[in-house]
Ligand binder design. Structure first.
Ligand code: SAM
Length: 314
């Protein structure tokens, strides 16, 4: 079996399934299959809330003894390494046998292991009869620190959704420039900055802008937040993300929605929009081409759904 270079594992719940799959098709051009995805593209797991880990397959073989020999030939020297076993669906290798194999591999690597603070984690797994070995990169969820931002907002989207919007807007290409057109307290901006993107924000409400600036400064992210109606911004970006206003604090009539989307379309060819209502007619009226759309739910007493729209100017 010819395997791709990287094996990614995913984590998401039923409310996030559609968004996670859409995100994967934009990052990798394919969606995961049963929370597994093979690709030759190297992506940092921390850019997405749904990518749990990435195994770089350095050697693979259907015969375990040959695999072990190949690992020895790699002549790995590493101080503080750890070896783990990843159990994939369909792998019936018994627990004791898994431990034996981890020991085999541990003895094939030069250096002292460190089980608690490893410098590198090597992983063994069996995918449909093929043994795979290589270094594993896990999402350490460092971005969870953003949940402790000093200023929050009842309207804010979750960090999971925020991260996905950035990926839908950029296809995980860090050279893309971004605008958060209705940035609120900066939830999307925080995730974009964390992932290494150049992003600027805009909000019409000065109190909210002040809060976004406090949040960004708290995590030492240096960027610009404009206190402005989006129509008055006159820069160009590769993509704009718009989390549309929808409640009493930030009124949302069809006119407001059309005004914000039309103004943003002047600034960026690609738009990723979040709404709580169907905006397909508005997009059509503005002349935007709808590429994809999906729903994302929010856990709670009642399921609250948002719609995510990916579109481009023609
Ligand atoms: C749903 S909230 C965005 C929340 C944000 N994503 C966050 O996580 O905090 C929508 C925002 O749009 C802003 N807004 C409304 N009309 C606007 C306009 N014409 N130009 C720029 N911002 C606008 C509101 O002040 C509000 O903060």
């Amino acid at each position: 079996m010819h395997l791709k270079k990287y094996l990614y594992t995913f984590t998401y719940d039923k409310y996030e399934t559609a968004l996670s799959k859409l995100e994967s098709t934009y990052i990798f051009t394919i969606a995961d299959d049963n929370k597994l995805l093979w690709s030759d593209k190297e992506v940092d797991p921390f850019i997405s809330a749904f990518i749990k880990q990435r195994l770089e397959v350095v050697v693979s073989n259907t015969d375990y003894s040959t695999l072990l020999q190949e690992i020895k030939e790699l002549d790995i020297h590493n101080e503080g390494f750890k070896v783990e076993y990843l159990v994939l669906e369909g792998d019936s290798t018994a627990y004791d046998e898994r431990l034996t194999k981890l020991k085999d591999i541990g003895y094939s690597i030069e250096g002292n292991p460190d089980y608690y603070k490893p410098t590198v984690i090597y992983t063994l797994c069996n995918f449909k009869g093929t043994w795979c070995f290589g270094p594993m990169t896990k999402d350490k969820f460092d971005w969870y620190k953003h949940s402790k931002k000093p200023r929050s907002y009842s309207n804010s989207i979750s960090p999971n959704v925020a991260k996905s919007l950035v990926n839908l807007a950029t296809k995980a290409d860090r050279s893309k420039t971004l605008l958060d057109a209705c940035c609120g307290v900066g939830t999307i901006m925080l995730e974009a900055c964390f992932a290494g993107y150049s992003i600027e924000g805009c909000d019409i409400n000065w109190k909210i802008v002040r809060n976004a600036r406090v949040n960004l400064a708290h995590f030492a992210y240096e960027t610009v937040v404009y206190r402005s109606d989006i129509k008055d911004i006159d820069k160009r970006y590769d993509a704009a993300i718009i989390d549309l206003p929808y409640n009493l604090l930030s009124q949302a009539t069809d006119e407001t929605t059309a005004h914000i989307i039309r103004s943003s379309a002047q600034l960026a060819k690609r738009l990723v929009i979040v709404s709580i209502v169907d905006i397909s007619e508005i997009l059509k009226d503005i002349g935007l081409q709808l590429l994809d759309a999906c729903s994302v739910g929010k856990r709670g007493k009642t399921v609250f759904e948002r719609q995510v729209w990916v579109c481009e100017g023609v």
